[in-house]
Design a protein around this ligand. Structure first.
Ligand code: NAD
Length: 490
């Protein structure tokens, strides 16, 4: 085990105390395959304790201390979130180093993720005291109002690909709305989350308001989703696990937000700004080694510029370099051996089906042999309906298709069960709007892809990409429910 000087407590945070568990899990560095540290492996008993602590913090009493987070005024909650954002900024280098080592992502991306995490806290800090209900004109002898109330105890299950960003997105919004939280980070990468939880304690968050229970999906995750007294569940992860947790929550009538995967298209017309479009096409698939729910994993190219675009893509992909995250390459390793082996077997099956690799990046000569690297690549000659067009590969692999006209572009863009993001590249204003309206997707970007992260912009899917919205003001609302009060005053 390495002794990273800034390792966070690798235990569970329950009721303001760091709790060790009898069993632990090894955390690997994806760049080397070597063990980084051991983390707590929570089971049903710790889940029970964490939910109880969150319940007590929400309702007002934890041990001898009075907490009642919801009774902090919205303004005070906002002030706490602001001060926490400053704390994240102060600690940014340590947090980024942890996220880089733990997930394998390039250090500059890890820095960007930590900055985004702080921005979530600032955005929801400012929004906390601007969230309100309405009055409703009913019969003349009534006064009717709605209150936006927090749910209570929010369970949050998050994945390994963007631990700190998703922590920011979920935790900041839920706290701003007055909820308390039990958060289950992913077993493959949770060190930045544990450090963030440590900083939240140091910043004076009352005990029990945020509880973090590292562990396996099949143990801590399942127990949390099945736990009767949670009041809301937000899940970010794979569609298959999303189905399981939503079924589990349904047995207790717990409302759920599901942020699942994507197979998002970028649609490129011949009249587009090609330099900008191709830069975004490359970035959209190599970011986080393609392990991004909103990755632009399909590129649809208008026939009249198809050959010219392919030759530019070949040049761009040949330049890409894969290496350990600390060296700030274009592309880091995949998260673990399982994901690497899964991707390699999908690529082998694609080859057997006649799909060709147009271009590939390269691995740094001195990259560690134990790292889980797969070089960025472009696939062409893909038969309609092939799995590489409808399954998340979750790697730096771009699937290219050709279209003749607008109608076919929309048809191909929508030929997937997912619907998370889409990019449209054209200078034609009418076409921009027609496609934006007809593409089935939670977000559509025109002449950009991803709006630089867009923490202020509502985000979520349709179809297999899930339901509910996070980010932006919409995300704050989804951590509240409406109570209607009707007063008959005579
Ligand atoms: P995953 O579904 O395996 O794991 C996600 C989380 O769920 C982890 O914390 C895991 O421990 C937990 N989990 C696993 N099995 C569980 C169970 N039976 N009950 C309860 N919890 C369980 O997903 P992953 O492989 O870690 O993440 C990659 C997936 O997440 C991709 O499909 C990606 O597209 C998706 N994703 C979506 C978004 C989004 O916002 N839409 C963001 C990031 C990742």
């Amino acid at each position: 085990m390495s002794h990273h000087p800034d390792m966070p407590p690798c235990a569970a945070l329950i009721g303001g105390e760091w709790v060790q568990t009898s069993h632990t899990l090894s955390v690997e560095a994806p760049a080397t395959g070597k063990t980084l540290t051991e983390i707590a492996r929570c089971q049903a008993a710790q889940v029970e304790e964490a939910v109880t602590a969150a319940r007590q913090a929400f309702e007002g009493q934890l041990g001898s201390r009075s907490v009642k987070w919801h009774d902090w005024s919205a303004r005070l909650r906002g002030e706490w979130l602001f001060s926490f954002a400053a704390k994240i900024d102060e600690d940014a280098e340590t947090l980024a180093a942890l996220e880089c080592a733990d997930t394998g992502k390039p250090i500059s991306q890890a820095r960007g993720d930590i900055a985004a995490c702080a921005r979530y806290f600032r955005f929801y800090a400012g929004a906390a005291d601007k969230l309100h209900g309405e009055t409703i004109p009913f019969e003349t002898d009534y006064a009717v109002m709605t209150l936006r109330e927090p749910f209570g105890v929010c369970a949050q299950i998050i994945p390994w690909n963007y631990p700190s960003q998703i922590f920011g997105r979920c935790v900041a919004a839920a706290l701003a709305a007055g909820n308390t939280i039990v958060l289950k980070p992913a077993e493959d990468a949770c060190l930045s989350v544990l450090r963030l939880a440590q900083l939240a304690q140091e910043n004076g968050l009352p005990p029990g308001v945020l509880n973090v229970i590292p562990g396996l999906g099949s143990e801590a995750g399942e127990a949390l989703a099945a736990h009767a007294p949670i009041d809301h569940l937000s899940f970010t992860g794979s569609p298959a696990t999303g189905t399981l947790v939503a079924q589990s929550a349904a047995t207790h009538h717990v409302p759920v937000t599901l942020e699942l995967g994507g197979k998002s298209p970028q649609v490129l017309f011949a009249d587009a700004d090609m330099d900008a479009a191709l830069a975004a096409a490359v970035r959209g698939i190599i970011q986080n080694a393609g392990q991004t729910c909103s990755a632009g994993s399909r590129l649809l190219i208008e026939a009249s510029c198809f050959d010219a675009v392919l030759s530019r893509l070949t040049a761009l992909f040949s330049e890409l370099r894969c290496d350990v995250g600390e060296n700030d390459p274009d592309c880091g390793p995949l998260i673990n051996a399982r994901q690497r082996d899964r991707l390699e077997s999908l690529l082998a099956a694609a080859r057997d089906d006649g799909i060709r690799v147009l271009a590939k990046g390269r691995l740094a000569d001195d990259a560690p042999p134990g790292g889980y690297f797969v070089v960025p690549q472009v696939l062409i000659d893909i038969p309609d309906g092939h799995a590489v067009l409808n399954e998340e590969l979750f790697g730096p692999v771009l699937a290219v298709q050709r279209f003749e006209n607008e109608e076919e572009a929309v048809h191909l863009a929508n030929a997937t069960d997912f619907g998370l993001c889409a990019g449209i590249w054209t200078r034609d204003g009418g076409r921009q709007l027609r496609l934006a309206k007809h593409i089935r997707s939670g977000q559509v970007f025109v002449n950009n892809y991803g709006a630089a992260g867009g923490i202020e912009l509502p985000f979520g899917g349709v179809g297999r990409s899930g339901y509910g919205r996070e980010k932006g003001f919409e995300g704050l609302k989804s951590y509240t429910r409406i109570k209607t009060i009707a007063i008959r005053h005579g």
